[in-house]
Ligand binder design. Structure first.
Ligand code: GUN
Length: 290
């Protein structure tokens, strides 16, 4: 079997195009959705994320507000900025880029964001809404994963889904989304016994562990849909001394020989995260001002 390659880059571009159309419609009513992104410090990976978020926000026609605080900023300073953004009527969505410096309690900051502007879906109110089946904001990466799964399997009811990873940002909300689609969900993690055997039961396998190529071809049920959330930089001696390449949590070549559909890394889940952030921001604008 040769798997369908799920083209997240193309799907995300299409989604952003549909969002741009909806933003243009809102513009005719005098509404311009706005997304505020807060970066604390100078982490290079975070700077890249924030820059591409800002570029794509503007590309779909929304207003982008960037706030950069020094790495030495206090928790009180960041909480004061969040309070200002909560009160600002031109801001529909607020995203505080993680990780935050050690002196700042990230959970306290997340809980300070108005749940109606929490387009990351990290606030406990939104996490609770997802768990109880009430409309709210869903964390962008798992939401993107679900859209990609549904692009190849419409009806997920009754399927066995295995999510590897139990983070608040990916694993737990992913499990809730699949449960809401009536999958039978197993959440596996670092203490799971016989992980390969657990994975072999999965019709839908989502890997979000951050361990390069951990999931092998022999762990995959023939015909499964495999979603690889991992973005891991590894040495690439074939490309030359000191060179690196990006791989996922799944051994792609082995897995693609067994699965029915699989996301590549890069170009799979990654591009969906920002597209879903823009989708959440559009929804926040419609709910607040529509
Ligand atoms: N850091 C890495 N990914 C994310 C994300 O999706 N949201 C936020 N706020 N920080 C991140």
């Amino acid at each position: 079997m040769s798997a369908t390659i799920i083209d997240g880059k193309a799907y995300a571009a299409g989604l952003r195009g549909r969002i741009a159309g909806a933003v243009a419609d809102l513009g005719r009513q005098g509404i311009r959705p706005g997304l505020a992104v807060v970066l604390v410090g100078e982490d290079p990976a975070s700077q890249i994320y924030v820059r591409s978020k800002a570029r794509l926000t503007v590309e779909v026609g929304m207003a982008s507000f960037e706030h950069v605080l020094p790495a030495t900023a206090s928790e009180a300073e960041l909480l004061a900025l969040v309070a200002r953004l909560n009160a600002d009527p031109t801001v529909d969505g607020i995203l505080v880029q993680l990780p935050l410096p050690k002196q700042i309690d990230a959970q306290k900051v997340i809980e300070a964001i108005d749940p109606a502007k929490d387009v990351d879906g990290f606030h406990p109110v939104n996490a609770g809404r997802l768990m109880t089946g009430v409309p709210g904001f869903v964390s962008c990466t798992p939401l993107g994963c679900l859209l990609l799964i549904q692009s190849v399997r419409r009806d997920l009811a009754g399927l066995d889904a295995v999510v590897i990873g139990r983070s608040n940002i990916v694993g737990k909300p992913m499990a809730q989304l699949l449960l809401a689609q009536s999958c039978t969900v197993t959440v596996a993690h670092s203490r799971t016994r016989d992980l390969p055997e657990v994975c072999r039961r999965a019709d839908i396998l989502v890997a979000a562990v951050g361990r390069p190529e951990m999931v092998r071809g022999g762990w995959i049920k023939p015909g499964a849909v495999v979603i690889d959330v991992g973005i891991n930089r590894v040495p690439d001696p074939a490309a030359g001394e000191g060179r690196t390449r990006i791989v996922g949590d799944v051994a792609y070549g082995e897995a693609a020989a067994v699965a029915s559909a699989i996301t590549p890394v890069p170009g799979g889940v990654g591009p969906m995260t920002i597209a879903c952030l823009l989708r959440n921001t559009l929804e926040a604008a419609c709910r607040r001002r529509g």
